[in-house]
Design a protein around this ligand. Sequence first.
Ligand code: SF4
Ligand code: MSK
Length: 657
Amino acid sequence: MKKNYKEVSIDPTTQQMYERAQEMGIETVWERLEKQQPQCGYGLLGICCRNCMMGPCRINPFGGEPKRGVCGADADTIVARNLLRMIAAGAAAHSDHGRHVALTLLIAAEMAEKFKKEGKPVLELDNMASNTLPYQVRDVEKLKAVAKRLGIETEGRTIREIAKEVAEVALNDFGKQDEEAIAFLKAYLNPKTYEVFEKAGEKAGMPWFENGILPRSIDREIVESLHRTHIGTDHDPVSILLHGLKTSLGDAWGGSLIATELQDILFGTPQVIKAEANLGVLKEDYVNIVVHGHEPVLSEKIVEAAQDPELIELAQKYGAKGINVVGMCCTGLEVLMRHGIPIAGNFLQQEMAIVTGAVEAMVVDVQCIMPATVDVARCFHTKIIDTSPIATFPGAIHIKFDERRADEIAKEIVKTAVENFPNRSKQRVEIPKEKMEGYVGFSVEAILKHFGGTLKPIEDAIIEGKIKGVAGLVGCNNPKVKQDHNHIKIANELMKRDVLLVGTGCWATAAMKYGIFLPEYADTENVGPGLREFAKEWGIPPALNMGSCVDCTRILVLADMVARDLNVPIHALPVVGSAPEAMTEKAVSIGTYFVASGITTHLGVVPPVLGGPKVVKILTHDLYDIVGAAFIVEPDPYKAAKKMYDHIMKKRKELGI
Ligand code: SF4
Ligand code: MSK
């Protein structure tokens, strides 16, 4: 059933393309959601279990029979187990991404070693700055900083040797078998928060969680999640959820952190740069390539290949003015942050980009890519090119990526897109004109640089009350919520109350589309006087784009630095998190690791937990006593912002500021 375009999104480009899709009879995410109605009530409440073949089992949500599954599991056990599996899947996705980056760094270092033995230019290879390598070390300073944190010797060693050891320490964190916390967590976390993690088991009345919720290895905690939730294993919602916190911390201070830090080493640490967002970044006269997914290991190379003079010449031969690479979702944010490559949209715009009729190729890697893109692409000349050996899309072109042949494969992909340009039907092109500029690239390093090498100006502004606190806004779009509506409403409501925003993921793309990443936004009525004054004094927007989903760890590292400066655990800070339009299992893991790390976090979409009253109580109340933070679940953006602000004010009071 056709919806009014105003119901699906507040973004004019999505509205326009949604209408166009309707006219062309193209099914989109909104029709598919409609066809799923009514969605299963058991599923929404989290009280169905398929963990063994005596099931599936369902619990009566009204208190009648059946109260237990065939094995005897009650509603809380089932809800907690389902939630743990969601956390584990989210942590797995982020962490496998991190592993891929670590392996890429290792492969590059090993290739440098091999080439050196073959007599190629020694100095360049020792510095990992040779063009013969598929991947180089672009940020030597960051490599050394990460090595120093990890206790790796840097003096008198080549970049290649340091890079190799950093990659090895990272990879060891995935599979080690001892009981110690992972190396990256120990290297980054302040001792006060470390202690909170260590004592969490005791505080929860489960002293057999010997090292509390300190993750021992990234993979092990994910595997143990599957083990615990196997029929007949863990049945206490408290221990199941404690392990959920532990697994998510393996993501936060392990898999995702490794992804962010090693990507910065390989591709450069983001610095502040101006760029553009929204579907208006597609260009009518150019070959348009959309890079979509999450891993910059591929998209970095596509960006490079698109600058190849031979490929540009080929594009011109086919009548295009050149090659225009744009991003989508988190892969888009990665190249936006590092190179200012324009971002075409967030999660709910992937089909919309194809509906413009102007996309020659959508090049996808992993995560958040709808299989429906292939169906929409069939209505146009667009080619969907899948590239990851772990993500194959029926009906797409498969050009699988291999880091060792990265340049060659990237060129093949770009060439495939260029050669598709003559197949474009000019009459069927309609590109929305809206796009917006904004400043991006606020890595922790860029923020420090901007404030003169210290966070003191931010801390002072918080202590003075000019800024009341900081909110980390993250996460997806979800067609159950009007696209971007909650993202923008919550952002404005918090900024009005003088809360400085930092954010990532689809929230960041939403904020950029509405001009929030422009310093001028501080002059609008959506920003309170204190935050306005602070933003103007420092020449920053009232909200800072910190990158992709894995870059939520930049928010954690920033919070950790402030906590160190004030000599408190993270949970003592006037800081909150929010995923206003959460959708993925990764968002569940992020929300959980924010909370576990001490940042009370709001979810704007109710997760499937309401069928387990004990679970709800643990998540929204008991966790305050265990880790000092908990979840706020509130679909109404105004009420949500108020609750988040109240939490910030409570923390200020406790700090005596
Ligand atoms: Fe049913 Fe228990 Fe099997 Fe789940 S594990 S399907 S509740 S019998
Ligand atoms: S892309 S995880 S929809 S933020 Fe990271 Fe957006 Fe959520 Fe995917």
